[in-house]
Design a protein around this ligand. Structure first.
Ligand code: ADP
Length: 541
């Protein structure tokens, strides 16, 4: 074999992203909102200077390569400093989900054996609750809602006297740069380790026009928390591109977000459907109040963006890009951009394509497999579990023997049940564990939810399985009504009936004040099943 004469061993590490931002885009801005509403601004030059000081401070603390350094923080510029300083020192930045139950938080900190923890002062109460159950050597407070309390080390003091020069140790592109635990809706949370290489590749991918297309003139506001799968890699991609970044802090209300979108000229944002539901409602109620002319795309994912939501934003001239991913994929997997083959489709069919989860990102391969292990055709009909393969996907969980999730030939089983159409676009019918199986046949809860949420009297609808003596399971719908709407079950049934086979229709439509959500903002179907799952057998209240 004739070997190439390329510098193939030059490592793909986060140092490349960091140095590019520092040297090519020193004057571009990073903006954060603090809990009191005030705004902090600085530039990539400031960011780079402080990040190097922080990296030196980590060494002073005795943090060694491979150590886990936890963050319990909102989206904010000092979280970004940690995103880089920790991996540039050779350590691993371990983001903790601020909305997790305290027991899970305890488990996760102990599972990772974090050496240090950086916590926003506004989240200190959460840490205090688990403090006695974890052993973290260093706790450093990042003051966001007031001064650092007595007895704690302060972030600003920690870095104040450190030198501004920092030479990263030699980094291997395959070493871990980040760690994130899945939310653990089934069983214990599982740790996923991201490498420098996969994070760098993801950042590059996100800068491609056919994906998110991050570029220097963008102004990126990640609504998705930086503790959830690296905020979908957006902060890394935006830093690499030199884009302006806006960090919303703790307040993710529609009012706060829309204000920032307008004031800062945000061009690109991303988050789960629930957050954007509130944003859309605010726009509908007060059209024209915010100048969103700079916005080029709202990336919505994490759970299915209902077509009615995509169409709703279209009415305001705002483009939704529907994306799918998983913590285990670092995390972007697919994006529902239109292809050349979709030219000429009418409005309804175009919406149908945009509301799918879309085709594979560069470097990612898809296939779907039936229960008997047979790979299914891309015909838009055959259902199977989606499997994915590529260099940004985890090979195993941290310290857990779950080899069955990772099949031998490099394919990861996502647990998502999908169809794939002839253009390679996936449509998620359900998560395997949320599937409704009635009389042995699958019913797609996502399809039913999307149809229900298209009714103007419905804000949210979650469909889940209830036990049934005759059919095994039947779907039930928990429905949140729009303010002032009193739409009856019968009307909802008739509204969706034309789109589905009769036996797909929910056995009951249960009015609820709100749908329970997981810590990452998805419908919590485990909670719904616990509450209503035996209703058809035992009778409901
Ligand atoms: P968690 O820790 O909440 O499980 P993940 O982000 O890893 O967080 O969850 C990944 C899962 O979320 C996917 O397997 C899929 O079921 C669901 N998901 C993500 N994006 C979408 C989407 N656009 N449409 C439907 N489901 C989605």
């Amino acid at each position: 074999m004739l070997q190439s004469l390329m510098s193939d061993d030059h490592p793909l590490t986060l140092a490349l992203l960091f140095e590019r931002a520092a040297t090519q885009f020193p004057d571009n801005e990073l903006v954060s909102r603090f809990p009191d509403g005030s705004i902090h601004r600085y530039t990539y030059a400031d960011f780079a200077r402080r990040t190097r000081k922080l990296a030196n401070a980590l060494a002073t603390l005795g943090i060694e390569p491979g150590d886990r350094v936890a963050t319990l923080c909102w989206n904010e510029h000092r979280h970004l400093e940690l995103y880089f300083a920790v991996p540039l020192s050779g350590a691993v930045v371990h983001t903790l989900n601020a909305r997790l139950h305290r027991d899970e938080l305890t488990y996760i900190v102990n599972d990772a054996a974090d050496s240090a923890l950086f916590v926003h002062s506004s989240l200190l109460d959460a840490f205090e609750e688990i403090r006695d159950r974890v052993s973290v050597e260093h706790v450093i407070v990042i003051p966001d809602d007031g001064p650092t309390p007595e007895g704690y080390r302060d972030y600003e003091e920690l870095i104040a006297d450190e030198p501004e020069q920092f030479e990263p140790p030699p980094l291997d592109e395959r070493q871990a740069s980040g760690m994130c635990h899945t939310s653990g809706t089934t069983g214990r949370p599982k740790g996923v380790l991201y490498s420098h290489r996969s994070t760098t590749l993801l950042a590059l991918m996100s800068c491609m026009t056919d994906t998110v297309g991050m570029h220097e003139r963008d102004c990126m506001l990640p609504v998705v928390p930086m503790y959830h799968a690296n905020a979908w890699g957006f902060p890394y991609a935006a830093t690499y591109a030199g884009a302006k970044q806006v960090f919303p802090g703790r307040d993710l209300s529609a009012e706060s977000l829309l204000g920032l979108f307008a004031d800062e000229g945000v061009t690109l944002t991303g988050g789960v459907p629930t957050v954007f539901l509130d944003v859309l409602r605010a726009l509908d109620e007060r059209p024209g109040e915010w100048d969103l002319s700079a916005m080029r795309s709202l990336v919505i994912g994490g759970s299915a963006a209902p077509p009615s939501q995509i169409a709703g934003f279209d009415r305001h001239g705002l483009h939704v890009t529907h994306a799918w991913g998983m913590t285990e994929m670092n995390p972007l997997g697919s994006i529902a951009n239109l292809k050349r083959a979709h030219d000429g489709l009418d409005e309804a069919d175009t919406l149908e394509v945009r509301a799918r989860q879309g085709h594979a990102q560069p470097l990612i391969e898809f296939r779907h497999v039936a229960e008997d292990g047979v790979v299914q055709p891309w015909d838009g009909v055959a259902l199977g579990e989606l499997q994915v393969r590529g260099p940004t996907i985890a090979r195993a969980y941290y310290g857990v023997d779950r080899a069955d999730d990772f099949v031998g030939d490099g394919w990861f089983r996502t647990g998502d049940i999908v169809t794939i159409d002839e253009h390679g676009s996936i449509l998620i019918a359900d998560r395997a564990r949320d599937v409704v199986k009635s009389g042995g046949e699958w019913i797609s809860s996502v399809a039913l939810e999307n149809a229900l949420m298209a009714h103007p009297g419905v804000v949210e609808a979650a469909v889940f399985a209830a036990e049934d003596e005759r059919w095994g399971e039947r779907p039930l719908a928990a429905v949140v009504h729009a303010p002032g709407s009193s739409v009856e079950a019968e009307e909802l049934r008739e509204f969706i009936a034309p789109q589905f086979l009769r036996w797909w229709l929910p056995a009951e439509f249960i009015p609820v004040d709100s749908v329970p959500k997981t810590s990452t903002g998805k419908f919590d179907k485990v909670a719904l099943r616990e509450r209503y799952g035996r209703r058809l057998i035992e009778g409901g209240e």
